[in-house]
Design a binder for this molecule. Sequence first.
Ligand SMILES: [Zn+2]
Length: 220
Amino acid sequence: MIDSRDVNELHPCLRRGAAELIRRMAAKGYDVLITSTYRDIEKQNALYAQGRTAPGAIVTNAKGGYSNHNFRAAFDICKNVKGGEWADTAFFKAAGAIWEEMGGVWGGRFTNLADMPHFEFLGGLTTADFRAGKSLANNIKMKWEADKVENNVVEQDKKTPGKEGAFSAGSSAEKTPSDWAKEAWEWAIANKITDGTEPRGAVTREMAVTMLYRALKTNT
Ligand SMILES: [Zn+2]
């Protein structure tokens, strides 16, 4: 029976997500402790039996294969304060808000049995998909990581104005447009869509949108 609280037992995107959640909570002055990560089916069945066919109180409504912990896609936390692990609702709500902003699902939203210490990310799959043998792709990213990649690209564009970018057709040192672009380039200057500098420089998304904006404004 496996009942782990090791984040390394989670799918890599949840492992990174859990670390980020801990960082963001620390920034708010909260100390997070991970209490459960991966649980095998045998352990889940044993938990399900508790309070039913075995002694103790009921702790879960999920049989083996019906908890996302069984598929490395969920983890539980508590407040890392002796004696105050579960009492602070504000703590769990803060963590839930952060997790949702990061693109995950917070158990505090569950309508059948709210589970505030529970955090998961299914990447568009369902527990039934997991049971059927599907799994999270190895390279899948939660929203916060995907956003980070996008921002880095934009940051890179800002840092190297005029430098040849990955999608640039030529050197920005060239002061004249390519022959095939000449007509459009002159039209764009005449219509104030571009100021005419760096005809072969890389373009950022904000520059592209601004040029489209100017072009459409000119025509209306
Ligand atoms: Zn849980």
